[in-house]
Write a protein of this length. Structure first.
Length: 324
């Protein structure tokens, strides 16, 4: 596997590729080894300029033919013998002149999440574009990205890559323990806050009486129907629920993030059960049936092929501290 990285700032030189299809290494522009012997090229253009919003990012390049026209809004970029191009634009704030750019824990989680989407495209081994990479069903597309987040919060990874910006020292065990213990804080509130939005979203898109639809009244009735605790509000009220109304991509599908968490918690357990974050057997299955498979089979069939069974909710409840 040959890895090409451009526009890579100092704070991103230690992105880790976590064991997928036997790939391990640090992104520093050097070659990595792919034990499956597949020849994969990767062009990662990483923009770190602060944007006004999540959607205020550079457009992904359009890959057509063999011409290059950088004058268009969607630049056409073609490199000889390049199989896959992944563009990852990160909305991180750059450090002051002469000072390092630092990532918050949320920033690091976002980086791993979006890099998981990148791997889903990078590792695709499907012939037809409409079935390849991230071109999967909406309630499955977040699984490859969210399962990748799990590696970030492992003590082994934090000690190796979460280094002090000034001293270079690894994160102390005491701090790692505090960070991990804090992951379950307020998860009951957070879970209800999210699930209420997903249920209202589904109810809204089942409604057919649009002439008399009053968003505020509908929201109140829907929350009463699920006995929403008055002390907890919806994460997104209907008037500004951009996932639903900015496009049709997530309309009636806001639930997919929680469903993906069910899959990612259960799926990552395969590595914990193996006792190795880079265990070859589950890594190969994750690559073969998930990251490289695109939409060539039913998502549940793909998951069962990877995990050996259907997912269960227990790992998610345990991860959130909602199960003793």
């Amino acid at each position: 596997m040959r890895l090409i990285v451009i526009n890579l700032n100092k704070m991103l030189r230690n992105i880790i590729i976590c064991g997928l299809c036997g790939i391990t290494g640090i992104v520093k522009g050097q070659s990595l080894n792919d034990t499956s012997k597949n020849h994969i090229e990767y062009l990662a253009e990483i923009s770190l300029v602060g944007q006004q919003s999540k959607r205020d990012v550079l457009p992904s390049p359009e890959i057509i033919g063999t011409k290059v026209n950088a004058g268009k809004k969607n630049a056409i970029i073609i490199l000889d013998n390049l199989n896959t191009i992944v563009v990852n634009n990160n909305n991180f704030s750059l450090g002051e002149q002469g000072k390092p750019t630092l990532l918050s824990l949320d920033d690091a989680r976002t980086l791993f999440h979006e890099f998981g989407h990148g791997l889903h495209g990078l590792l695709s081994q499907v012939k037809y574009p409409r079935l390849s990479g991230t071109s999967v069903l909406r309630d499955f597309v977040e699984f490859p990205s969210q399962v990748y987040e799990n590696w970030l919060m492992q003590p082994q990874i934090l000690k190796e890559f979460a280094l002090h910006a000034e001293t270079g020292q690894p994160m102390p065990n005491e701090l790692i323990e505090k960070i991990l213990a804090a992951q379950t804080f307020n998860q009951g509130f957070t879970t209800v806050e999210y699930v209420s939005c997903a249920l209202v979203d589904l109810a809204l898109h089942e409604n057919t009486d649009l002439e008399k639809l009053d968003f505020q009244e509908f929201e109140t009735q829907s929350l009463n129907a699920i006995q929403m605790p008055p002390a907890i509000g919806m994460r997104h009220r209907l008037p500004h629920f951009s996932h639903l109304f900015s496009s049709n991509g997530y309309a009636s599908a806001y639930y997919v993030y929680m469903w993906a968490e069910v899959l990612d918690a259960d799926g990552f357990d395969a590595f914990l059960e193996a006792g190795d974050l880079f265990a070859a057997e589950p890594a190969q299955k994750l690559y073969e049936h998930i990251y490289s498979a695109g939409n060539r089979q039913d998502p549940m069939e793909a998951y069962i092929a990877f995990r050996g069974r259907e997912p269960t909710v227990t790992p998610l409840l345990t991860k959130r501290g909602l199960m003793a």
